[in-house]
Design a protein around this ligand. Sequence first.
Ligand code: F0G
Length: 375
Amino acid sequence: MVLSPSAPAAIAPSHTENRVTPTKVQWRGLIEEYRSFLPVSDATPIVTLREGNTPLIPTPSLAQQIGRGVKVYVKYDGLNPTGSFKDRGMTLAISKAKEAGDKAVICASTGNTSASASAYARRAGINAYVIVPDGYVALGKLAQALLYGAEVIAIDGNFDDCLKIVRQMSDEYPVTLVNSLNPYRLQGQKTGAFEIVDDLGEAPDWLCIPVGNAGNITAYWMGFCEYQQQGYSNRLPHMMGFQAAGAAPIIQGSPVKSPETVATAIRVGNPASWEKAIAAQEASQGQFNPVTDDEILEAYRLLASHEGVFCEPASAASVAGLLKVKDQVPDNATVVCVLTGHGLKDPDAAIKHSHNAIHTGVGSDLAEVAKVMGF
Ligand code: F0G
């Protein structure tokens, strides 16, 4: 604190010294903030890390690429407590599991669901079992699940194989499934749509979103519809779903046996919410489009280097998709791209696919460093 020379210290206490009440109301987590829209009661023990309330960030470079008065924002859901949108669904799924007295939960995951399930389950004192495809989970996500204290089981198979096992496991053993087949997951995730409308004062014209197991597009659509029905918005967005070209079953119209993409989070060949996602696209007069790995990586770099927003590759699929179909965006439209996961989830991808390099072999010497800097 800077005191003016005339202000005696005795009557100018430091900024926090005498504070007895908080000066702002903290966000209470999305269950408390949107309680009337969610299936909870006074008997539900709320398991929260104060998830939600993520920023809607204007992205002027993207808007400029499209032109014609189009406004573009990213909904940076990578800023949730475990670094992905999964926390929105997990706070509710784990609260309901705790309410039911469940002792263990299980999920299949490309990484983010496992990180989120582990964090919320452990916070609730519930055991977490996560089944992942061996060798196809980004480093940060694995690190999270391990440190949160889950049992991590890596199988020789892809996400779809993992999902098959956990569905059967939860049928036959006393473990609760917390993949998005658990209806509480989508109920929680729909709050992303509420926040966008709260921030914009209206629904956007387009909602661009990456699609893997197809739960999130389903949840967002549910959220926009409920909010409109309650009078919080006058219109509904067109739902624009984007799949990685090597893992695009919904676009191809049939399951993909061996999905492949650099965006490991959406390396899914047989999405669980396939029909619901198509229903959302049709009802909203939206579209599904594929984006190649090159397009995803281009958008990934652009978001970081032009907008200062670091997301993981799968999240960049929403922006890659927008740029791919940008000529179809109506003049003066408002577009929101959902950035589902934080860039730090996958540091290997960032280092491998950055076009930037570290200057190495530089001596500990001012002149040498200045020379490298171009002076
Ligand atoms: N973006 C990220 C970062 C994801 O982790 C996922 C899904 C998606 C997008 C797609 O969302 O499945 O609802 O269509 N990740 C799941 C997981 C499959 O196991 O973490 P979706």
